[in-house]
Design a protein around this ligand. Structure first.
Ligand SMILES: Cc1cc2nc3c(=O)[nH]c(=O)nc-3n(C[C@H](O)[C@H](O)[C@H](O)COP(=O)(O)O)c2cc1C
Length: 470
């Protein structure tokens, strides 16, 4: 049969064809062959609507219901993944307009971004064609979300300091839309004090982040935290912001969560820690975010990616954690899931302790501040609902009941962390929820669940309690 050429194909049909082809891992031509085969077999190909219907509770709905993202591509090795991100966003019916920094163009071409986004790509702040009507302001405003991927150390630093000397930074500075960063850099750059400060500043400014993840770096033999989140993760995080899941029973509520272990220094290189992975606290943070809460997560050192849409504050010691928790008040709900060290070393060495003939150094321990009790007993600013976690290896319920009274909190989530349960570091948890009404304490024992299920259930209980109180 002669080749078939179709001219003047409707835009919506062409887009749908490309989407279907990408989803099915076929070329567009092969996809058309399959569709024609289906038609012949009596399964007609449906023409999609010109624009997808708006989701009822989209956080930011554009006039035509199509969510719009301005994607700023920074100059990192992960820029090639930004091309896949364009496809992933478009698959989700999100319109994408790209800005490439000068450095980004060393890694990917404007032509590739343009071909994938089906849009003109912007690169130059002083471009007379787009700046005759302040194009950088339009790029910042004519969208529902700005995504920066990869967000290089340099772009992050520029944002933190309010620079605007190129199109990307000027657009970011002029933005009045949510901004989602997908940082990507070498682990040493990510852990550099300057980057840590800049990221903290941006989070305080309300900038959202997804990743970076832990893993292998482009540089041979290097690994650590710094890999850009995968395009599907970034697209999911973007969609989460654009079309938040519902119901959102904690909308308008501020929830504070602590997670992970604390590290208590013995000397500059050694510390006392525990086996907490932070997974349960992180899962609760994500569930509270999904329920619509504004979430602050104060986390000890963990090997987990920051949940998107959550303000994450990283700390080391129990004392740091308390300071950050106090600074985050007032909140409507405080959940203390961190495994805070009970003790720290009183005589912390200023220099690395050495083996000497004098024998083994004596470590003197002093008690750490009790974060749960401190917050639960506050006279001013006490959160209306204070929830502690009790990690016990024996007499779980009795110890948890004693703890609820001793600490002055409202609820305790008690979990058995004996090594045989695999709770510490594992993905499942068996918990008992103790709730206090005056002198009465009720115990509700839940079946074994994943930590995500425990989080969802706990957040549902919290939502109910918050609703009853108000
Ligand atoms: C091969 C190569 C790879 C690079 N990868 C990264 C990276 O992954 N992350 C990063 O922050 N900087 C990376 N850089 C450095 C940036 O390109 C440089 O800081 C640049 O000024 C960033 O520009 P931007 O702010 O426009 O993104 C890399 C540089 C080179 C030469």
């Amino acid at each position: 049969m002669a080749n078939l050429t179709i001219r003047k194909l409707d835009d919506a049909v062409r887009d749908e064809l490309r989407l279907r082809a990408a989803r099915n891992g076929r070329s567009v031509e092969d996809e058309v062959r399959v569709i024609l085969g289906e038609v012949v077999a009596g399964q007609p190909f449906e023409v999609p609507p010109a624009a997808p219907a708006p989701r009822p509770q989209a956080a930011v709905a554009s006039a035509n219901g199509l969510a719009r993202v301005t994607l700023i591509i920074g100059g990192g090795i992960a820029a090639y993944k930004a091309l896949d991100l364009i496809r992933r966003l478009k698959e989700r019916q999100i319109h994408v307009r790209c800005v490439l920094t000068k450095a980004a163009q060393q890694f990917v071409t404007p032509l590739a971004a343009s071909a994938l986004s089906h849009e003109r790509v912007y690169t130059d702040l002083f471009d007379p064609e787009s700046e005759f009507d302040a194009g950088h302001i339009r790029l910042a405003r004519e969208c529902d979300l700005i995504v920066v991927a990869p967000a290089t150390a340099d772009l992050i630093a520029k944002m933190a300091h309010g620079h605007a000397d190129d199109l990307a930074s000027a657009t970011l500075l002029a933005a009045n839309r949510p901004i989602l960063l997908a940082p990507a850099m070498n682990p040493l750059m990510w852990n550099n004090a300057a980057t840590r400060r800049n990221v903290l500043q941006l989070r305080r400014d309300g900038i959202l982040t997804v990743g970076p993840n832990a893993g292998e770096m482009a540089e041979a033999g290097e690994a650590g935290v710094g890999r850009m989140a995968e395009p599907t993760e970034i697209a999911a995080a973007a969609e989460h912001i654009l079309r938040p899941p519902h119901p959102r029973p904690l909308q308008g509520k501020r929830v504070l969560i602590t997670a992970g272990p604390t590290h208590e220094a013995i000397d500059p290189v050694r510390y006392i820690a525990n086996r907490s992975s932070g997974k349960q606290g992180f899962a609760i943070a994500a569930a509270a975010r999904d329920a619509g809460a504004e979430v602050v997560l104060v986390s000890g050192p963990v090997d987990l990616a920051d949940p998107s849409g959550v303000s994450v504050i990283s700390v080391e010691s129990a004392r740091d954690m308390l300071h950050r928790v106090e600074a985050a008040l007032p909140v409507d709900v405080a959940i203390f899931a961190a495994a805070v060290a009970d003790w720290r070393v009183a005589n912390e060495g200023e220099q690395k302790l050495k083996k000497t003939a004098a024998g083994v150094p004596a470590l003197q321990l002093v008690e750490n501040p009790d974060i749960l009790a401190t917050i639960a007993k506050l006279e001013n600013n006490r959160p209306p609902l204070v929830i502690g976690f009790a990690a016990e290896t024996e007499h779980l319920i009795e110890n948890a009941k004693a703890k609820i009274a001793r600490k002055g909190c409202d609820w305790i989530v008690a979990n058995d962390v004996s090594p045989a349960t695999g709770v510490m570091g594992g993905d499942r948890n068996t918990v008992h929820l103790l709730t206090r009404e005056g002198e009465d304490i009720s115990v509700d024992s839940w079946p074994v669940m994943t930590k995500e299920q425990v989080a969802t259930e706990l957040v549902a209980r919290i939502a109910k309690a918050v609703e009853t109180k108000s």
